[in-house]
Ligand binder design. Structure first.
Ligand code: MN
Length: 153
């Protein structure tokens, strides 16, 4: 189960995304007003953010940039969902800091696959996760292995 924040101004899409994510065992939380999205993300601490791009007030691109600049949220995977995919959109969205991009109307299969992939990548990037333990073990096999730990204070 993962906590997933959805930022979307369309009620039907919110319902669709929430139902889909809940059916996959996740805990979705929706924000309709993007002006509240950053604050909500800080308190909800999601494992993944799914954001619409066409949003009133704060656009999805601006929200992605704000999340990437936020110390607490900088590493959270972001999936963008957009109705209009003009030339260069994907580059702009990835350039802002989103890892994935799904166009509307969404394919249910592709949506679920992308969510799974991003959650897996988020686990790997987790500094408290297994990757760091492996990295630390590699360090222990280095030249200092077996030396007395006298330098530790
Ligand atoms: Mn929208």
């Amino acid at each position: 189960m993962a906590k997933i924040l959805i930022v979307e101004d369309n009620a039907l899409n919110i319902k669709l995304f929430c139902d889909l994510l809940a059916a996959h065992g996740h805990q979705p939380e929706a924000v309709t007003d993007s002006r509240n999205a950053l604050e909500k993300a800080r308190s909800f601490e999601p494992d993944l953010v799914i954001t619409d791009i066409q949003l009133p007030h704060v656009s999805g691109l601006d929200l992605i940039r704000l999340i990437r600049k936020d110390k607490k949220l900088a590493r959270v995977p972001i999936m963008a969902v957009t109705a209009y995919s003009a030339r260069g959109d994907e580059e702009r969205i990835r350039g802002a800091g989103a890892q994935a991009y799904v166009s509307k109307p969404i394919s249910v299969v592709r949506f679920a696959q992308t969510v799974d992939e991003l959650l897996e990548s988020g686990e790997q990037a987790d500094p408290t996760g297994e990757d760091q333990a492996e990295w630390a073990n590699e360090g222990a096999e280095g030249p200092s292995l077996g030396e007395p730990g006298g330098e530790e204070s």
